[in-house]
Design a binder for this molecule. Sequence first.
Ligand SMILES: Cc1cc2nc3c(=O)[nH]c(=O)nc-3n(C[C@H](O)[C@H](O)[C@H](O)COP(=O)(O)OP(=O)(O)OC[C@H]3O[C@@H](n4cnc5c(N)ncnc54)[C@H](O)[C@@H]3O)c2cc1C
Length: 444
Amino acid sequence: MSSTSLSGWGRTNASVVTLRTPRNEEDILNEFSAGTRLIARGLGRSYGDAAQLSGGVVLDNRELDGIGPISADGVVTVGAGVSIDELLAVSMPQGWFVPVTPGTRQVTMGGAIAADVHGKNHHVDGSIANHVLSMRLVTPIGAFTLSPTNESDLFWATMGAMGLTGVVTSITLQMLAIETNQMLVDTDRHGDLESVMAAMSDGDAEYRYSVAWVDCMTRGAHMGRAILTRGDHATAADVKKVALKGPRKAKLSIPFQAPRGLLNQWTVRAFNELWFRSAPRHEEEENQSLSSFFYPLDGVGQWNLLYGKRGFVQYQFCVPDQMGDTVVDVIKRLSESRVASFLAVLKRFGPANPSPLSFPLSGWTLALDLPIGSDALPSVLDDLDELVAVATGRVYFAKDARLRADQVRAMYPRLDEFQKVKSRVDPNDQLTSDLARRLDLVGK
Ligand SMILES: Cc1cc2nc3c(=O)[nH]c(=O)nc-3n(C[C@H](O)[C@H](O)[C@H](O)COP(=O)(O)OP(=O)(O)OC[C@H]3O[C@@H](n4cnc5c(N)ncnc54)[C@H](O)[C@@H]3O)c2cc1C
């Protein structure tokens, strides 16, 4: 047990907490019996304050470990503290990949469930919840085995609930069969936002994975210019040499915090320009390793230190299909504000799952990395919240550090339904977090 200061990946809003490391379900049940207020934590890759509880207890999930054998049809049971990186090191040599992955493999399976993470394949495969066969959850009233057919309301309420229904201890997951560790990737440069959105609407269904990297700093005719990359797993017939190795470790790491002001509207604009020009205009079936296609940022450890002492926010929202114009309005608002913003990530979402708090809904999602520093940033982000709420869209809790509670009910209209399930298993509100307090997620 130790007192420590924790923050999310964006390095804003640190809190002092008591950190404990349960080894099994009994340790967690003992915490609840003692009346402890707590929240679980994985590898701290959520950007804001979801995995911390000021003045309370944080349960580090990393010792809830262990990877079971992978069955002939790709079913595996893993501890909630196992990272996707650790799982892939074992599963890829046997020809299995995770069915859904975020843009970093340095997340735990417990964290992935809590955020109901999505990848570049949501339009085809949905989010991680769609591939979970069952899981164990420890709550203040006891431990449950949950599945879409057993205690299904608690199963779905846990997906995307940011740890607020209990501590997940293990997950049984259906993996995806792969023949090689290569991808076949098509790349297209688009000169403006309208063109890339049209290409995604028309053509994404033909690819399992799709993502567009959008420049949100260029104004005028080239506003929202983008590089669209789409692809699928290469089969053995597609590659010269079949290899199935786990991903390689990061070779570089940022050794110290960057000086204040390193990332400003000029340096970021120059970076975006360089990156846009270095991408091919059009390329088909390029062979890329799984690591560089899915995890380009994992090549550099601790890259969040580049944002300096004040850190950064990631703003990710989604809006329904018919409100695609909101994506245009958001990028317009940003490019006009001259707030520095790195390449944004634009993806299509397929249908939502039954979870009341899961983020994805059928339509568009855009994620922006914004360094703290510009005086205009808070009011720009408030404006974006308005645009998103009016469009019946929502902001992603796993990335959030600054949304206001009064916006949440409009964005997550099934919050009451979630709270009802939560109060059944947590009658004394022992499960809470800085995020939950800030956004009134667990009621008063
Ligand atoms: C570079 C980068 C790229 C990303 N890309 C994507 C993306 O493409 N798609 C996407 O969906 N997300 C993405 N994310 C966000 C990330 O996937 C989520 O925030 C994920 O929850 C982080 O997992 P973690 O193990 O680090 O958990 P933490 O950040 O430590 O915790 C996140 C949440 O999980 C809860 N939690 C952790 N362990 C448990 C447990 N055992 N039981 C119950 N609750 C638990 C915590 O209470 C907290 O609410 C990205 C993050 C980064 C840094």
